[in-house]
Design a protein around this ligand. Structure first.
Ligand SMILES: C[S@@+](CC[C@H](N)C(=O)[O-])C[C@H]1O[C@@H](n2cnc3c(N)ncnc32)[C@H](O)[C@@H]1O
Length: 334
């Protein structure tokens, strides 16, 4: 069969219509910690159900069998074994994605997605229909979920950080800021490559409080609101998947606030996706829907980034692709 043949249209519609079945199975298995109960020896669903605190063995078997069908776990007769994908649902795997799957399964997330039709009618985020204060207001009011969100960002960032370190030379900076840096995963990795530098982790106070529990002695931890509080001066300001959470006006306001206390020679490093106008089969186009539902932001093309950066009195200097879906958009103050 010719691999370039498009799949039959019925198959496309059928599979997309029900894609949430498997997605929900994954989130629930992550939430219930099932992968943590499975070691190197294959186990039956009954054993895993007991180990996970008393689940229904038959239902668990059916959910794990479905996930195996999608390439997560290996089902063989009565038992299930780990594969590389299912190991990412363990809490102790380096680059674990368990928190990401749990976060996507939060009730607030599903409730907001139920409102996607409202977003399409009005252009407003679905989350505004279900909670006050937007995503970050909700996370502030629900500290457990806020912590989960920061951990989820670390799992999400695993595929971004390696390519960023390979692509950009941080060796010339004395002070590197990570603005909206969550737990500091990017900043710690960058400082590992830039032994001359000190770091500034700037995020909302409750997020920084959590990050401080695992301190890096070379980092200053600063809690604040990047719309109105002073961001300490840095030679480079990194913002990874931060501005995509905000509208153009809000993004300009954040950049202006950073600029108001920045050295004129500072570099601004926006570590985000850059949508190609003819993009097909590209993760960013799905991530854009997450932004539509959960935030006031969007994924942007190069010219859309250029417009935001120019409005903030900065100049886009270069765009360096870094990894499968992320780029380094470098800017300087005009
Ligand atoms: C999508 S997360 C990105 C986290 C991290 N940069 C990464 O890519 O893994 C956005 C971050 O912006 C922070 N944030 C949201 N609103 C903020 C505000 N008003 N002031 C400072 N930080 C804020 C959030 O707490 C969160 O850590």
């Amino acid at each position: 069969m010719n691999n370039d043949m498009p799949p039959p249209p019925q198959k496309v519609i059928h599979e997309l219509t029900v894609a949430y079945w498997a997605s929900r199975c994954l989130q629930v298995i992550a939430e219930l910690g099932v992968a943590d109960q499975l070691g190197d020896v294959p186990q039956s669903a009954a054993t895993l159900a007991r180990a996970a605190g008393g689940l229904n063995a038959q239902a668990l078997h059916r959910v794990l069998r479905s996930l195996s069908n999608h390439g997560v776990f290996v089902h063989d007769g009565e038992t299930f074994a780990h594969n590389d994908a299912s190991r990412l649902l363990r809490s102790d795997t380096p680059g674990s994605m368990r928190s990401l799957a749990r976060m996507m399964g939060l009730k607030v997330h599903w409730d907001a997605y139920r409102e996607l039709d409202v977003s399409v009618r009005t252009g407003k985020p679905g989350i505004a229909e279900v909670v006050d204060g937007g995503l970050f207001g909700y996370l502030r009011a629900h500290p457990e979920e806020g912590r989960l969100f920061s951990e989820a960002m670390e799992g999400k960032a695993y595929s971004q950080i390696g390519p960023i370190l390979e692509t950009y030379d941080f060796s010339g900076f004395a002070t590197i800021g990570d603005i909206g840096g969550a737990g500091g995963h990017l900043l710690n990795a960058v400082l590992g490559r830039a032994p001359q530098a000190r770091g500034v982790l700037f995020d909302l106070p409750q997020v920084v409080k959590h990050a401080r529990q695992n301190p890096n002695p070379r980092v200053d931890y600063v809690g604040g609101d990047f719309f109105k509080d002073q961001v300490p001066p840095c030679d480079a300001y990194m913002m990874m998947t931060v501005l995509h959470d905000w509208s153009d006006d809000e993004s300009v306001a954040i950049l202006n606030n950073i600029k108001s206390n920045a050295p004129r020679t500072a570099k601004i490093l926006i570590l985000e996706g850059v949508v190609q106008p003819d993009a097909r089969n590209n993760f960013l186009l799905d991530l854009d829907i997450e932004m539509l539902v959960m935030t006031t932001g969007r994924e942007r093309t190069r010219s859309e980034w250029d417009a935001v950066i120019s409005r903030a009195g900065m100049r886009l200097t270069r765009v360096m692709p870094a990894g499968a879906w992320s780029s380094i958009v470098e800017a300087e103050i005009v």
